[in-house]
Design a protein around this ligand. Structure first.
Ligand code: ADP
Ligand code: MG
Length: 235
């Protein structure tokens, strides 16, 4: 069974963190035990959903060998925890992404689902999680530049021995003149779902609350719940 998902993109700012947090929360609401991990070591994002102080233990401490995974695990809501990264560049400089392998193995044994919020781009620390996950969820907006960069993530996944689950198109608009299935076809992956443009996405970040909780009946929240069911079969 596939339990570890990497949420990945070529381009940054396309909705990876939003997707990670909301897929995780949707499954937690369905009664599954979920861990979400800031695998974007250079640009930590999940910290926005937990109250961390500057000396809180983070994934960086775990990767530096100074803490256990448990020490860097924070409860987000019922059934869901986050493993955030540190936010300082000094922390980042001391980490070795290789340790992520053990972190994933540990979480895999204790949670029903693990979501890795992967950094954009093509660096080593981006590629590593693609191979550690059972399945890679590609995230892109319909913008041609973002779709183009997604091709590289597909290639990197292949090279790292990973498997692509499919594509999630985010921030879609009803007036779009490009067909969403055509975008997926062009990338030779299946279209897992589309998440419409929804101002509640941004508002939820400021509120520090996942979208599916912040505005549970809004269009993006509904789409994320449907996506969670499509991806895992959990309803
Ligand atoms: P990434 O992790 O890929 O960098 P984020 O998840 O942080 O991307 O999203 C980037 C920005 O886009 C954030 O401001 C977020 O609130 C916004 N956003 C994400 N999804 C949507 C959506 N469906 N509708 C509107 N804004 C969105
Ligand atoms: Mg992010």
């Amino acid at each position: 069974q596939e339990t570890v998902y990497a949420i990945a993109s070529g381009k940054g700012g396309v909705g990876k963190t939003t997707t990670t947090v909301n897929l995780g929360t949707a499954l937690a609401e369905a009664g599954k035990r979920v861990a979400v991990v800031d695998a974007d070591l250079g640009m930590a994002n999940l910290g926005g959903f937990v109250s961390l102080s500057p000396d809180s233990t983070t994934l960086h401490d775990v990767l530096a060998g100074d803490a256990s995974v448990d020490d860097a695990t924070y409860r987000l809501a019922e059934n869901i925890v986050a493993v955030p990264s540190g936010t300082s560049l000094d922390d980042y400089a001391e980490t070795s992404p290789e340790g992520l392998r053990e972190v994933v193995a540990d979480l895999r044994s204790r949670f029903d689902y693990v979501f890795l919020d992967v950094g954009a781009g093509v660096s080593h620390e981006t590629v590593l999680p693609l191979g550690l996950a059972d399945s890679v969820v590609l995230v892109s907006t319909p913008e041609p530049a973002a779709v183009h960069d997604t091709k590289k993530t597909v290639e990197l996944t292949d090279r790292s021995g990973g498997a692509v689950a499919g594509l999630v198109l985010t921030r879609t608009r009803p007036d779009s003149d490009i067909s969403h299935t055509e975008i997926a076809d062009r990338l030779e992956v299946s279209l897992l779902g589309t998440i419409p443009e929804d101002p509640a996405a941004r508002d939820s970040v400021y509120a520090g609350t996942p979208l599916v909780v912040f505005e549970p009946h809004g269009p993006a929240a509904v789409a994320y719940r449907r996506l969670a069911a499509e991806l895992t079969g959990v309803d």
